[in-house]
Design a protein around this ligand. Structure first.
Ligand SMILES: *Cc1c(COP(=O)(O)O)cnc(C)c1O
Length: 464
């Protein structure tokens, strides 16, 4: 693959610096081998998340200076509303300060205790908000997800599974079906238009609402244009409009394809639902023409949503990620393939077979990335998803031991990716020396954010 070239040049810089080896060793030890506890200033290249971490364009910064902070009816609101209505093909728009607030508002308005919410795969806040309102989240990813093929739409919904699930529990227990584009939790993989249409057909048959969790709608639209026959000659915007048009509404985190550092919204077609959402919005976020955001932020999002649909940008964005995956593989590290729209997942389970899941091979790799290169990644394996059954005391581990390198939008250059691949190559060379970890301090919930760990001196299993 050719080295992708950034379709922008740098006008303003933010310095980053590489701490010395001595400092890196000290910082990670002080952090209890938990990467969340390291100060951002002590990180050289930060791949923790692509959420709210991207760089804004000159147009967005200019838009910020055009911020109108009137309490009601500010001009940026009208620009924002018009932009969202146009792209999302919806009648009503409710701004809010993050995606999870959109989830909170929406699920509060439609869920009853014991209702099911099928999703191609829930993102963690979506799952938590569903459960918080008494709902039961159900993940139905497509079967191709677990094969070794290079199928491009492994983010798809298992539509047969969806229909049989609806028949099993009864449509009355399913107030809404949610499609997440791209499918974040399985690697930011795309969902095809054909799959979206099939979910729509099923929702029509059983008279169910269909909503999008649309955080990466632009990256998904690009995958459809690039890989789905029949869309080659469409504009990205028309693909997005068609796709989102199949939904009755959408929840959006503008921290991703909104190209902004903060923000979110709900877009819906039903007047009665919009009315209920608006009442709740005023209660918890703010007046419906700002909803917890500054006027200037609404402007930055309105501009960002349009920039996210620029095909040249999207080609660069997805090539940048694919190139990263390729050089990491060349460095000798197994990855999850194909790569999705926003991150590369390293397969630490495959790379470090001498470290059992109970000793967190993904965390071992994550720590080493920091120790060797001040690179921040995040473990997505048994530290995040494993634990102990509170009823039986039985210990369980995750299905896969992964490490995610999420790439912020328009922020790092190819040099930063190549630097990371060089560090990974060094780690791969000495992989037998990597050790397992044990937890020494653990909170009750979401332990990966705050737990402290200890490096094990030697592995009970000999290195392979
Ligand atoms: C980030 C994200 C959310 C939550 O949005 P926040 O802005 O972080 O609250 C919901 N769904 C998906 C798919 C996401 O990626």
């Amino acid at each position: 693959m050719k080295r992708p070239i950034e379709p922008f040049r740098i006008k303003m810089t933010e310095p980053i610096s590489l701490p010395s080896e001595k400092e890196r060793v000290k910082y990670i030890e002080e952090a209890g081998y938990n990467i969340f506890k390291i100060r951002a200033q002590d990180i050289f290249v930060d791949f923790l998340t692509d959420s709210g971490t991207g760089a804004m364009s000159q147009q967005q910064w200019a838009g910020i200076m055009n911020g109108d902070e009137s309490y009601a009816g500010g001009r940026n609101w009208f620009h924002f509303e018009e932009t969202v209505k146009d792209i999302f093909q919806k009648k009503y728009v409710l701004p809010c300060h993050q995606g999870r607030v959109a989830e909170n508002l929406f699920f509060s308005s439609i869920l009853k205790k014991g209702d099911y919410v099928p999703n191609n795969t829930h993102f963690d806040t979506t799952r938590a908000n569903t459960m918080h309102k008494g709902g039961i989240p159900v993940d139905l990813p497509c079967k191709e997800l677990n094969d070794d093929s290079e199928f491009r739409f492994k983010g798809n919904f298992d539509t047969e599974g969806l229909e049989s699930f609806i028949n099993k529990v009864g449509p009355d227990k399913v107030p809404v079906v949610v499609i997440t584009v791209t499918n974040n939790s399985v690697g930011g993989l795309g969902v095809s238009m054909q799959n979206v249409k099939e979910v729509r057909r099923i929702c029509d048959k059983y008279k169910l609402l269909l909503f999008f969790d649309a955080a990466r709608f632009a990256e998904n639209s690009y995958f459809i244009k690039k890989y789905e026959p029949g869309y080659e000659d469409h504009t990205i915007k028309s693909v997005a409009q068609e796709m989102l048009g199949y939904g009755d509404g959408a929840m959006m985190s503008a921290k991703k394809d909104g190209m902004a550092n903060m923000g979110g919204f709900l877009a819906v077609n039903d007047a009665e639902l919009a009315g209920r959402l608006k009442e709740l919005l005023i209660l918890i976020e703010g007046f419906p023409t700002y909803g917890g955001l500054n006027g200037r932020d609404l402007e930055a999002i309105a501009i960002g949503l349009k920039e996210a649909l620029n095909e040249e940008y999207l080609a660069y964005r997805t090539d940048h990620i694919a190139y990263f995956g390729e050089i990491l593989q060349e460095a000798g590290c197994p990855i999850i393939s194909p790569t999705g729209g926003h991150a590369v997942f390293l397969d630490a389970g495959k790379l470090l077979p001498h470290i059992p899941a109970e000793q967190f091979p993904g965390q071992s790799l994550t720590v080493e990335l920091y120790r060797k290169g001040a690179i921040r990644a995040v473990e997505i394996g048994s530290l995040m998803f494993g634990g102990e059954d509170p009823n039986t005391g039985e210990k369980f581990t995750a299905k896969r031991e992964l490490v995610r390198l999420a790439v912020p939008r328009r922020m790092y250059t190819v040099s930063h990716l190549e630097y990371t691949a060089e560090i990974v190559a060094q780690i791969v060379k000495n992989k037998g020396s990597l050790k397992g970890y044990k937890i020494v301090e653990e909170p009750k919930y979401l332990r990966h954010f705050t737990c402290r760990l200890q490096e094990l001196v030697a592995n009970p299993v000999s290195a392979v």
